[in-house]
Design a protein around this ligand. Structure first.
Ligand SMILES: *[C@@H]1O[C@H](CO)[C@@H](O)[C@H](O)[C@H]1NC(C)=O
Ligand SMILES: *[C@@H]1O[C@H](CO)[C@@H](O)[C@H](O)[C@H]1NC(C)=O
Ligand SMILES: *[C@@H]1O[C@H](CO)[C@@H](O)[C@H](O)[C@H]1NC(C)=O
Ligand SMILES: *[C@@H]1O[C@H](CO)[C@@H](O)[C@H](O)[C@H]1NC(C)=O
Ligand SMILES: *[C@@H]1O[C@H](CO)[C@@H](O)[C@H](O)[C@H]1NC(C)=O
Ligand SMILES: *[C@@H]1O[C@H](CO)[C@@H](O)[C@H](O)[C@H]1NC(C)=O
Ligand SMILES: *[C@@H]1O[C@H](CO)[C@@H](O)[C@H](O)[C@H]1NC(C)=O
Ligand SMILES: *[C@@H]1O[C@H](CO)[C@@H](O)[C@H](O)[C@H]1NC(C)=O
Ligand SMILES: CC(=O)N[C@H]1CO[C@H](CO)[C@@H](O)[C@@H]1O
Length: 245
């Protein structure tokens, strides 16, 4: 994944000096693809007393050596956060990553060699739009005027959901929730259908659930409600009329 320790053997005369370079994404955790708008931080640790960044479309090298040093290079803020002997810990940060930075590369090296580029490169990943509809939909009648619906988040980076509620096949209204559950007020004798659409952190819509639910001819006193799931995203609810008085 994005993390690793890269070893580099430098032959200097008669002895071998082992130099290590550690370069990985540290915010969010290595291996986690950031959402658009997230802060992204890459950390590079060298033990040569200096860190060499290549952040500007790989053109040009920026050498940093002392604590507190900070410079804007291309899309990255490069900083040295700690120096301990020859060990230099440096970060490259994007405060708010956007999709146009997807695939941007940045290199880090522990040495500067004019002829050969010894940098290790990482490329910035940013999540694409939501591709999956919500799943594991559960419907539960709370009272005879309130229905609780919940579902599981289809993937990361979902900011909120839009629930479209259609009653008696005529009136349609939308409701926004930022949890994966909702309580819907229902009126007896009304048929309802619901569609849930996930929206990500920058407003991109995911696919709608094909959730089609109907509630019909609800008696005044509901004594037995049932629901069944036709598929992972389709639920039909019904009341058992016979048991209502
Ligand atoms: C971005 O994704 C590629 C391919 O999965 C991976 O090799 C690379 O390490 C990732 N970059 C970061 C910073 O995690
Ligand atoms: C994406 O972020 C970079 C760096 O902050 C900025 O230069 C660029 O204009 C942004 N692009 C868009 C489309 O917002
Ligand atoms: C970023 O690139 C990867 C492939 O390298 C792609 O899967 C992903 O959808 C892209 N993200 C955006 C926001 O386009
Ligand atoms: C949805 O609610 C039911 C109880 O009504 C609960 O058992 C289930 O774990 C909940 N699912 C989610 C994804 O929260
Ligand atoms: C509700 O749906 C049922 C089954 O499709 C239908 O028989 C009934 O007439 C509908 N009621 C209303 C008020 O639309
Ligand atoms: C969404 O969550 C925030 C807190 O994270 C809260 O202030 C806001 O009221 C919520 N909005 C909705 C529509 O639930
Ligand atoms: C739906 O139709 C039924 C039967 O005509 C009616 O009793 C009920 O009030 C209607 N519901 C709404 C929300 O208009
Ligand atoms: C609800 O109705 C179903 C089907 O008629 C029946 O099998 C079930 O036992 C009933 N549940 C209760 C709690 O009455
Ligand atoms: C908790 C739970 O029931 N998770 C299921 C949600 O649906 C997916 C498939 O759509 C299942 O793989 C999960 O086990």
């Amino acid at each position: 994944m994005a993390t690793g320790i890269y070893w580099c053997f430098v032959l200097t005369g008669s002895f071998t000096l082992v130099v290590s370079l550690q370069f990985s994404q540290t915010v969010p955790n290595a291996g986690t693809v950031p959402c658009p708008g997230d802060r992204v931080e890459l950390t590079c640790i060298t033990d040569t007393g200096a860190v060499f960044w290549r952040a500007q479309n790989n053109a040009g090298t920026r050498e940093l050596t002392s604590t507190g040093q900070s410079v804007m290079e291309g899309n990255f803020l490069l900083s040295v956060i700690a120096v301990n002997g020859n060990m230099v810990t440096s970060t490259a940060t994007i405060e708010s990553v956007n999709i146009s930075l997807n695939g941007t590369t940045i290199g880090c090296s522990d040495e500067f060699n004019g002829m050969t580029d010894s940098s290790v490169y990482l490329h910035i990943n940013v999540t694409g739009p939501p591709l999956l509809p919500v799943n594991n939909i559960t419907v539960k009648l709370m009272t005879n005027s309130a229905l609780a619906i919940n579902w599981t988040e289809p993937q990361q980076c979902i900011n909120h959901y839009i629930i479209t509620i259609t009653s008696n096949n005529t009136n349609t209204e939308s409701s926004t929730v930022n949890t994966s559950s909702a309580t819907i007020n229902i009126i007896i004798g009304t048929n309802y259908s619901f569609i849930i659409i996930p929206i990500d952190t920058i407003g991109r819509e995911g696919p709608p659930s094909s959730l089609i639910q109907y509630i019909w001819n609800v008696p005044a006193q509901v004594v037995n409600i049932s629901w069944y799931q036709i598929s992972t995203d389709s639920v039909t609810i019904w009341w058992n009329n016979n048991e209502a008085s």
